[in-house]
Design a protein around this ligand. Structure first.
Ligand code: NAD
Ligand code: UDP
Ligand code: UDP
Length: 323
């Protein structure tokens, strides 16, 4: 169903999730302003949108104020993979916190509805399983992951205080591990790592014993969830979990990628990074009941599409400098 055309700001729009979101919003007839500082995103991710009349691309860092006129804001700007967010941890916290303040200030000035891309990392290494939105989390405030986890937690705090203090229309999505085409091939996340290692015939690196679990959601499902949340009645703010509850161990994922690619790569075991959560699975009852949303894409189909993307774009992606 097409909604009334709006002018929509997507911060982090040249990144993995942001580029898919821009594409889908344009398809629905909206005007899209994509703002990105290209820290982990790339112009190439949105190059195919540049000829669309409703699309505008702006290089800007959200830690600085931004004065534009928009109806809705999706605040996605923030490096998402541990390798990237730990590269410059102070900038990561600034992006989450100062970025949220600036985007909330903008939303307040123009009366825009604003959605925050929060994360399952707000639950830290969870002591309840699966995770429900009323769980307050188990986060180390001073570890290597804290710049991301605590930055995102503080952003959530700011969203709810701007709602209580300034009556802003807010939405908070807690996104669980998402994968798909346009992931950065060198971002160090497990899906991109395993697929690139398999395609290049390198060792597949399992950190720890591989018994830790994750639940992987395909990108198109996640984008549908974000848009359903934005379109939901104003009284529904979230936080709401968005992810695919089908949980697996990292060892199972490695074996699946090996089987799917037919690679001769060996599976090897490396040390587990500190504070690496042992298990993670979203309880999506709230999203199902309030947003009528549930993921549809099966892991095998999503992985096949992702393998095809990396295979087809391999040479081009390899030629691009990483961090
Ligand atoms: P990504 O790294 O591909 O995209 C993030 C984008 O933000 C990049 O284009 C980057 O250049 C941009 N950016 C970073 N700092 C910025 C700044 N200061 N100013 C402007 N732009 C900036 O990651 P992604 O997977 O697309 O994640 C998008 C959002 O979703 C992030 O906020 C992330 O925390 C959240 N999220 C993602 C996942 C996932 O599994 N992909 C899970 C939980 C939460
Ligand atoms: N801000 C922005 N764009 C706007 C309006 C505000 O980037 O259109 C920034 C502004 O620079 C400020 C922040 O958002 O630092 C928070 O704004 P708010 O109005 O809440 O606070 P104040 O300006 O009173 O500090
Ligand atoms: N992981 C792994 N090998 C890799 C990259 C990651 O075993 O090459 C593990 C990592 O230790 C974690 C899980 O896979 O337990 C998911 O890692 P990712 O960085 O994708 O996401 P996050 O830890 O933020 O959920």
């Amino acid at each position: 169903m097409r909604s009334t055309p709006k002018r929509i700001l997507v911060t982090g729009g040249a990144g993995f999730l942001g580029s898919h979101l821009c594409e889908k919003l344009l398809k629905q007839g909206h005007e899209v302003l994509c703002v990105d500082n290209y820290f982990t995103g790339r112009r190439a991710n949105v190059a195919h949108l540049l000829s669309e009349p409703g699309f505008e691309l702006m290089r800007h860092d959200v830690t600085f104020p931004l004065f534009v006129e928009v109806d809705e804001i999706y605040n996605l700007a923030c490096p998402a993979s541990p390798v990237h967010y730990q590269h410059d941890p102070v900038q990561t916290t600034k992006t989450s916190v100062h970025g949220a303040i600036n985007m909330l200030g903008l939303a307040k000035r123009v009366g825009a509805k604003i959605l925050q891309a929060s994360t399952s990392e707000v639950y830290g290494d969870p002591t309840i399983h699966p995770q429900t939105e009323d769980y307050w989390g188990n986060v180390n405030p001073i570890g290597f992951r804290s710049c991301y986890d605590e930055g995102k937690r503080c952003a959530e705090t700011l969203f709810f205080d701007y709602k209580r203090q300034h009556n802003l229309r807010i939405k908070v999505a807690r996104i669980f591990n998402t994968y798909g085409p346009r992931m950065h091939p060198q971002d160090g996340r497990v899906v991109s790592n395993f697929i690139m290692q398999a395609l290049e015939g390198r060792n597949i690196t399992i950190y720890g014993e591989g018994d830790q679990t994750r639940s992987f959601c395909f990108v198109s499902d996640l984008i549908d969830g974000l848009m359903a949340l934005m379109a939901s009645p104003d009284e529904f703010t979230g936080p709401v979990n968005l992810g695919n509850p089908s949980e697996m161990t990292i060892r199972e994922l490695a074996e699946k990628v090996v089987a799917m690619t037919g690679t001769g790569s060996k599976i090897v075991f490396e040390p587990l990074p500190s504070d690496d959560p042992m298990q993670r699975q979203p309880d999506i009852t709230l999203a199902k009941t309030r947003l009528d949303w549930a993921p549809k894409v099966k892991l095998d189909d999503g992985l096949a599409a992702t393998v095809a993307y990396f295979r087809d774009n391999w040479a081009r992606l390899e030629a691009q400098p990483g961090l």
